[in-house]
Design a protein around this ligand. Structure first.
Ligand code: ADP
Ligand code: MG
Length: 209
């Protein structure tokens, strides 16, 4: 099987010095990797490199076998829409849209507006009864689950989650993570999860920065 993501000998430095060097790993569909390290260790930088949002300096990133180095900006952006889902610490839901409409929003970008699929995702995340709610009526954990559903709506091959539970309490954080992992496995998306909180991701293969 062709890996979803392959990273070869990746290195990166800002002006004040190197952050990491020689990182290599690969992820198959449905596999997950935790990126661990304290604040400032380079987790967000690594995820930006994997997403093609920051120019590579050393090494290579391949999306389903295609090296992203050398892809033109438009080609990269077009691929990214279908290949990649992103979840951040902040949910970035649009406040004037319902949960269901937020999940559907990327459908307008990829040209496939499928309400049944959007609703199925919300239901799978335990939010079937909240589909018509505005974000302000949802708890923090519920908002993050909507953000996960939105990221998975275009059926991406890879989900990148950067401290997705850092603003949640322990119980909600565990719930969101468990659902996110299960759903990625069900739809065959690979998952890279960055967190400073090692206790949250026990049992996941880990890369330490
Ligand atoms: P983490 O997500 O693990 O907290 P980051 O990737 O955000 O780590 O940052 C890693 C280090 O790089 C930090 O010391 C940060 O201050 C520095 N850094 C982040 N972005 C930039 C930038 N654009 N220019 C220079 N230094 C940066
Ligand atoms: Mg970070």
């Amino acid at each position: 099987m062709r890996p979803v993501l392959e990273v070869q000998n990746l290195g990166f430095a800002y002006a004040n010095g190197p952050l990491f060097q020689g990182l290599s790993f690969r992820l198959e569909p449905g596999e997950a990797l935790a990126v661990l390290g304290p604040s400032g260790s380079g987790k967000t930088t690594l995820l930006h490199l994997l997403a093609g949002l920051l120019p590579l300096q050393e090494g290579e990133v391949l999306w389903e076998g295609t090296p992203i180095w050398g892809l033109r900006e438009e080609a990269l952006a077009r691929r990214r829409l279908r290949f990649l889902g992103l979840v951040f610490q902040h949910h970035f839901l649009l406040p004037e849209l319902t949960a269901l409409e937020n999940v559907l929003a990327p459908g307008y970008l990829v040209g496939r507006v499928d309400r049944a699929w959007a609703f199925a995702l919300l239901e799978r995340l335990g939010l079937g009864a909240r589909a018509g709610f505005l974000p302000q009526r949802l708890s923090g954990g519920e908002r993050q689950r909507v953000a996960v559903a939105r990221a998975l709506y275009p059926r991406p091959r890879l989900l990148l989650a950067d401290e997705p539970t850092a603003s949640l309490d322990r119980r909600q954080a565990r719930e969101v993570l468990a659902l996110m992992r299960a759903l990625c496995q069900e739809v065959g998306a690979a998952l890279v999860l960055a967190t400073h909180d090692e206790g949250l991701v026990e049992g996941l293969p880990a890369l330490r920065l």
